[in-house]
Write a protein that binds this ligand. Structure first.
Ligand code: AKB
Length: 343
């Protein structure tokens, strides 16, 4: 029997590239990708087919669905929080309308297959809106259902799409002929800021962590856009990808919700800078907080409560703060720049 087909949108992004490599190593799925920009040469042989195009293009999505029996969707395409504040309407189009198109395609596909397509959606700590820095400091590990008052378009988009997914999974066309048909199996993870040894993110507001590290590894000075005390949860990219696959493979009977926090470690800009300086002794880091970006980071919780993910599908991070730097980021980044890779 042929392996099932997985569709990855935003495959050329940070998470996408890491996920493609992992899916390729495991060899359990055939992978079809779509992204605005073509995949780098080295990733293309890992895929059954790659499409360069926009997820707003309904015709393209229908074409992809017509050509492949898609059983799983990783919908990674999105405009992140800083980019989204620069163009909120575009963020809404990509993050909400694009997601709706894709859910419709996956829903139709579930009907055709007669079983639920698994739709894995990366949400974010951006769905939270802490009312003040003082409350952020005392709130501790924030549960999924608290402080859902985002201050960015991206956060609003993610929060809404989580609900859209829940609707598609449990209530889609509840009055119509499809009331008893196979629905989407929607599952989402609220990611913290992600740090990869391979890639530098663009357009996000948690980017100060990875930017600081990659700048130091390249011997570039770095001016941080948040103050030294700004603190949010972070996670390494290998843990993020592992979580996506764990949630994909989790037994549906064990899932008690469609929305899961996952945590690994929390760190302030100063704590990250100290680690970076220890690893790259010449690193030059200073602070010139951008008031808006700093306010966005202040609105995100210091830490998240991931009890549900631990209980329902066995989530446990592999990398805490020390291991992340010592065993993954520092050696990985040194390798990456030594090899002089450009993509
Ligand atoms: C961003 O900064 O927008 C993202 C996120 C926290 O979801 N990295």
């Amino acid at each position: 029997m042929q392996q099932p087909v997985v569709l990855v949108t935003g495959a050329n992004g940070e998470i996408g590239r890491a996920l493609l490599e992992r899916l390729h190593r495991e060899g359990k799925y055939r992978v079809v990708t779509v992204d605005l920009t073509p995949l780098p040469e080295r990733l293309r042989p890992m895929c059954l087919e790659t499409y360069a195009g926009n997820i707003m293009d309904r015709y393209l999505l229908d074409q992809i669905a017509a050509h492949h029996e898609i059983e799983v969707v990783f919908h990674l395409a999105a405009l992140l929080s800083t980019r989204g504040e620069r163009d909120p309407e575009l963020a809404h189009q990509v993050n909400v309308e694009g997601t709706l198109h894709l859910m419709r395609v996956a829903q139709n596909q579930s009907g055709r297959l007669g079983r639920a397509v698994r739709f894995i959606f990366p949400s974010s700590i951006a769905v939270y809106g802490m009312p003040s820095v003082a409350e952020k400091a005392t709130a501790g590990r924030v549960r999924e259902d608290l402080y859902n008052l985002p201050i960015t378009m991206y956060g609003c988009n993610k929060l809404y799409c989580e609900q859209l997914g829940r609707y598609f999974a449990h209530h889609y066309r509840q009055l119509g002929a499809l009331a008893g048909a196979a629905r989407l199996d929607f599952r989402s993870i609220r990611f913290p800021g992600l740090i990869s040894a391979e890639t530098v993110p663009t357009g996000g507001t948690s980017d100060f962590g990875p930017e600081m590290l990659h700048a130091a590894a390249q011997k570039h000075p770095y001016t941080c856009f948040v103050g030294p005390d700004a603190k949010i949860p972070f996670m390494t990219m290998p843990d993020a990808v592992r979580a996506l696959l764990m949630l994909l493979e989790a037994d549906p009977k064990k899932l008690t919700t469609t929305i899961y926090n996952i945590g690994a470690f929390s760190a302030s800009a100063r704590e990250i800078a100290d680690r970076v300086k220890a690893a790259f002794p010449g690193a030059q880091i200073d602070y010139q907080p951008d008031p808006v970006r700093a306010k966005i980071v202040d609105s995100w919780p210091e830490d998240v409560d991931d009890t549900r993910a631990r209980d329902d599908w066995g989530w446990k991070p592999s990398y805490d703060f020390a291991r992340a730097f010592d065993e993954y980021l520092v050696p990985g980044i040194a390798n990456r720049y030594r090899a002089g890779r450009t993509s």
